[in-house]
Design a protein around this ligand. Structure first.
Ligand code: ADP
Length: 663
């Protein structure tokens, strides 16, 4: 076994690998970007090496720097985790050339499976069933159109080099095919540097079921059963479980054997996952991931095996710890991915500091894998996953009830998370019955209602008054104030602008000479009184009706409130995030960046008359394109951004002169 290994990754998976290293007495070496100098994975490692600036392509994707760090540290092997360089054959080769063991399959197997089109051709030969489709080399329009007609609509266009759902497009009719092909090609070329497409029959209510496989260098290959990853948003996994509900042993064996055949066909070594799409009794090969998956813990929970240990043993040349007949399923396990994102805003990633973090208690049946601690920030540079919560039970019902409890007690404040959505799914009768398919979330929009609950007037008032009190933003000198203060007159103060679920919220506070205070909120005008009882508890009266709101956390950019059982997160737009200047101009007609972003294009033209909801600009946040629309009808008065600009959260990109409101 190795004495020291380098982990070429960050976040929860780096921490996860280090845990195994510790248990096996292997020293661990971390690498980190400038954004991660104080990250948990760096603190956990025995040694850590800086590898460059925050953007991944300048640090976690720099093969040269990572290999240099490994050599400098004296590590014998490199574990790539998932994402980043984990499926990069050049990296595996660079490791080998530097005399380092790459903890993963041989470069040839990575290459064979790296192209979805090539992988499908290989699988076809190995007798593994494929969903009907076209994965040929000819890419001209006529060939693709003919293929789509043959397959029959709806079809799904995929980028052959794709991942993360990028470049994927569902096409319902032949008319929509041409434009979809061009768009998918563009997206594939810009994301993966290669524009080869493939077309598949689009199954309308499929399940995503994948098989965990493992092979060693001595010719053994086993499957560690299946995971059902059907609960998805934007074709990306949110909840995974093992075993798959309502799945029989024959089907398990058939798919397991097909997966093993797939491995043997490419001379596979190490951990891998063969992904299938399942409809009715039929299953079809989708792709193979040549690395450890995010959702591997559910397999560990039901098999009692430790997959990172298996990876290290195989990389060190040992035999697999178990044969197929020694493997068995015990109970059921469910994993949920807790993301910093706003489900109510089309799952837009959320960026900011986690000011408060209180996870449920870990136990043998409740595991939390995370790379994030209270006080850490989720940045625009990396994946916005905060933690994975994994529960185990004697059966699925017990696991689910444990999941509900754990989710109810999970406290995260400072940024929006998908916790309300996860709670809603865990509470849903269909999920409890195991009736799942990949359309589950889109088909159940009521699940998102809990994520978009509009704050009560009291909560809004508490948010505005807290924002006003935020330290460092205040001045005591009335003559220095720019808030409309004037001697012997009613004083009108514009409160800091807030943003929630992508919408800007403004309020004004009028104080009469007699000291009476009136709050003008988006939903009405109220006389207001407030008592801040302690740092957290605040009592607010609107038109004489009192209510207590808990201010969970408050800093210069975010406020998290608890109103009854509901958590509300607000972003405060301040000079600090480049957004304060717009407040006095009346921000109702402004189109703002919802997060730190890169401007992709500005569609609005000066003087253009626009209708509410019309797209005016497109920005990119964490590789996801977000269309910014007109909040109201109006005329474009000012354009403040250009393509490729990097803009701050809350920055105004387009200013609208609003159409006259008829009083
Ligand atoms: P990526 O590698 O970009 O994540 P995948 O090929 O793994 O793309 O597919 C991701 C998800 O898209 C699947 O889990 C499934 O939900 C959906 N999907 C893929 N192929 C099909 C298909 N032929 N029909 C219906 N849904 C599909």
């Amino acid at each position: 076994m190795f004495h020291k290994i380098l982990i070429a990754n960050r976040g929860e998976i780096a921490c996860r690998v280090m845990r195994t290293c510790r248990r096996l007495g292997i020293a661990s070496v971390a690498v980190y970007s400038e954004a991660d100098a104080s990250a948990r994975h760096v603190a956990m490692a025995d040694e850590a090496y800086p590898i460059g600036p925050p953007p991944a392509r300048e640090s976690y994707l720099r093969i040269d720097r990572i290999v240099a760090a490994a050599r400098a540290s004296g590590a014998e092997a490199v574990h790539p985790g998932y994402g980043f360089l984990s499926e990069n054959a050049d990296f595996a080769e660079a490791c080998a050339e530097a005399g380092l063991v790459f903890v993963g399959p041989p470069p040839a197997a990575i290459r064979a499976m790296g192209s979805k089109a090539q992988a499908k051709a290989l699988m076809e030969k190995a007798g593994v069933p494929l969903v009907s489709g076209y994965h040929g080399a000819a890419q001209d329009e006529a060939t693709l159109h003919e293929a789509a007609r043959q397959i029959g609509f709806p079809v799904l266009i995929k980028a052959s080099a794709g991942g993360g759902g990028k470049g994927m497009r569902v096409v319902e009719t032949e008319d929509a095919l041409g434009p979809a092909i061009s768009a998918a090609r563009r997206e594939a070329a810009s994301s993966f540097g290669e524009d080869r497409l493939l077309i598949e029959k689009y199954l309308t209510r499929p399940r995503h079921i994948e098989i965990q496989v493992f092979a060693d260098t001595c010719g053994q290959c086993v499957y560690l059963f299946e995971r059902d990853c059907s609960i998805q948003r934007r074709h990306q996994k949110v909840i995974e479980e093992a075993p798959a509900p309502h799945f029989n042993a024959d089907r398990r064996a058939a798919m397991g054997e097909a997966a093993v055949a797939a491995c043997r066909a490419v001379g596979y070594v190490g951990a891998g996952t063969v992904e299938f799409i399942v409809e009715g009794d039929a299953f079809y090969f989708m792709e193979m991931n040549t690395r450890l998956q995010v959702e591997h813990p559910v397999t560990e929970m039901i098999t009692g095996q430790e997959l990172v240990e298996w990876q290290l043993r195989v990389a060190a040349g040992e035999r697999l710890p178990c044969t197929q007949t020694e493997l068995a399923i015990h109970g059921a396990a469910i994993e949920v991915r807790i993301y910093a994102e706003d489900p109510a805003q089309d799952f837009r990633p959320a960026i900011g500091r986690i000011t408060h973090l209180l996870p449920p208690r870990r136990s043998a049946q409740l595991r939390i894998d995370t790379g994030v601690r209270a006080g850490d920030s989720i940045t625009q540079y990396y994946d916005p996953m905060i933690a994975k919560l994994i529960v185990h039970g004697e059966d699925r019902a017990e696991a689910l009830s444990r999941l509900r409890d754990a989710l109810a007690g999970y406290e995260i404040a400072g940024i929006a998370t998908n916790l309300p959505l996860l709670r809603a799914i865990a509470a849903s009768p269909d999920f409890a019955a195991g009736v799942v398919d990949t359309g589950f979330i889109p088909r159940n929009p009521q699940l998102l209602v809990a994520c978009a609950s509009t704050p009560s007037a009291h909560a809004l008032a508490a948010a505005f008054l807290s924002a006003r009190q935020t330290p460092g933003e205040q001045t005591d000198d009335p003559f220095a104030a720019t808030d409309g203060w004037a001697l012997n007159l009613d004083r009108a103060e514009v409160l800091p602008t807030l943003m929630q679920h992508g919408a800007t919220l403004t309020a004004r506070l009028i104080t009469t000479v007699a000291g009476q205070e009136t709050l003008i909120l988006p939903e009405g005008t109220f006389t207001v009184a407030a008592q801040f009882m302690s740092r957290q508890r605040c009592r607010i009266a609107l038109n004489g009706v009192w209510r207590t709101i808990t201010v969970l956390t408050r800093d210069t950019t975010h406020i998290t409130l608890l109103d009854g059982a509901e958590t509300q997160v607000f972003t405060v737009l301040t000079a600090a995030n480049g957004a304060a200047e717009a407040v006095s101009a009346g921000s109702g007609g402004d189109v703002r960046a919802p997060l730190p972003a890169r401007v992709v294009r500005v569609q609005a033209e000066l003087g253009q008359v626009v209708t509410q909801g019309e797209t005016l600009a497109v920005v990119e946040v964490m590789k996801m394109e977000i269309a910014l629309t007109a909040p109201s009808a109006g005329t474009v008065a000012e354009i403040l951004a250009a393509p490729d600009d990097m803009v701050a959260e809350g920055a105004v990109l387009v200013r609208l002169e609003q159409a006259e409101n008829k009083e």
